[in-house]
Write a protein that binds this ligand. Structure first.
Ligand SMILES: [Fe+2]
Ligand SMILES: [Fe+2]
Length: 404
């Protein structure tokens, strides 16, 4: 049985939830708790798959509670239930909460969202995967500077100045960020010479993802990783992020989708970095396996290591507390049709851009005969099949590719 906890200091709300969720008792083991303190006590001894907490509660409020849950039980899905008037307070939970439900809440919608969160956790927390991950010696930690920027974003008045200062505090690091911003990557019209300008030009969320990208890829590498291999992986990840950004911004889009897609693209192959840093030799055996059997990368990883790079990457990103939508986009980037719900705004774009990169850089593909195929059936289902020629033309134009 899956475990789901509801926390609210108002007894009538807990009673209403209990009544309207009665039909779920066969699927979920539910806990109804009236304070943050009691909720934490229970979570210390019973694993909770999902927690839904009220925002305003005496003593410990919802944001504080979810922050603590994130620390002691990172795989618990965290939701805030709040009244419309709590806008500002809700903003405080942007980091610790995966999603918000507004009061009065639509029970059917809440059930669907909780089911999705449970399905994702089911994919990530099965024994096979967690067993294989526990044998991996070291996983990169979420960098302090990323947490600092996330904290800044939770304040009611976000200061660009303070975000820029955080990045600038480390000179070598901010130079690397500026190098990327000024490279052909973003196509900025004029040279950007300081972080503050970069934050204004690209937005805090994109800078936040870049900060995470540079920290993780530069700092989590061992001597075992050949420089060329690491550079290729970094170039590929950033190029896919650039392609994805070009496609999503070419039409009407939601800013959250852009930010989530960009982050997912930067980290879609981070699982490979974890493999190489921890088991370089064994990971290299997967290449031999692919060559001998002409199978795809993920089939080879499954056979040799027992888990795949999308699984390890998604697990890591979930552990860092990033949003579910980013986690599942990474998890299904090689086999999008396995995604259990319609993540059609961003997953099709990442899947397409990942394949497109090797189409235009065949020299970067060490195993062209084992390439991940574009899942046309999925793209049709997602309703983007007709957009593919336009997407391709857009990216080719950007890359200066001409035909005939
Ligand atoms: Fe991949
Ligand atoms: Fe990739």
């Amino acid at each position: 049985m899956e475990t789901v906890m509801f926390v609210d200091d108002e007894k009538c709300i807990l009673d209403a939830l209990r009544r309207s969720l009665r039909d779920m008792t066969k699927e979920w083991d539910m806990y109804f708790v009236d304070s943050g303190k009691d909720a934490l006590e229970i979570i210390k001894s019973i694993h909770m798959d999902v927690i839904v907490s009220d925002m305003r509660m005496p003593g410990m409020d919802g944001a504080q509670l979810l922050m603590e849950v994130m620390r002691i039980s990172p795989f618990t899905a965290r939701f805030i239930l709040s009244g419309q008037s709590d806008r500002e307070a809700v903003l405080k939970t942007v980091g610790p909460a995966h999603q918000f439900f507004s009061k009065p809440c639509d029970i059917k919608k809440m059930k669907d969202i909780i089911r999705n969160a449970l399905a994702l956790r089911h994919c990530l927390c099965n024994e096979e995967l967690t067993g294989a991950i526990s044998r991996i010696e070291s996983l990169p930690c979420v960098p302090q500077i990323y947490l600092d920027i996330s904290n800044e974003l939770q304040k009611s008045e976000v200061s660009l100045e303070r975000v820029a200062n955080l990045v600038q505090a480390d000179l070598g690091f901010s130079t690397k960020i500026l190098q990327i911003v000024n490279s052909s990557f973003f196509g900025v019209p004029n040279h950007i010479s300081d972080i503050r300008q970069a934050v204004i030009y690209l937005g805090i969320d994109i800078i936040k993802s870049l900060v995470l990208y540079v920290k993780v890829f530069h700092e989590f590498c061992s001597k075992e990783i050949p420089r060329g291999w690491l550079e290729d992986l970094m170039d590929h990840s950033l190029a896919v992020a650039k392609f994805a950004k070009i496609i999503i911004t070419s039409g009407p889009h939601d800013k959250n989708d852009l930010d989530n897609l960009f982050t997912a693209a930067c980290f879609h192959d981070v699982g490979k970095l974890v493999f190489f840093a921890n088991m370089g030799k064994k990971y290299q055996e997967t290449c031999q396996y692919m060559e001998n059997r002409h199978c795809t990368e993920t089939i080879a990883e499954q056979a040799i290591i027992g888990i795949t790079h999308p699984e390890v990457g998604a697990y890591l990103i979930a552990l860092w507390g990033l949003r579910d939508i980013i986690v599942e986009t990474i998890l299904f980037h090689h086999n999008p049709s396995h995604c259990y719900y319609n993540n059609y705004n961003i997953l099709p774009i990442l899947h397409f851009c990942d394949c497109f990169y090797y189409e235009i850089h065949p020299d970067k593909n060490p195993h062209p005969e084992s390439s991940m195929p574009l899942d046309m059936e999925y793209l049709e289902q997602a309703g983007v099949l007709e957009s593919l020629p336009a997407w391709r033309a857009l990216l080719e134009k950007n890359e200066g590719i001409t035909h005939g």
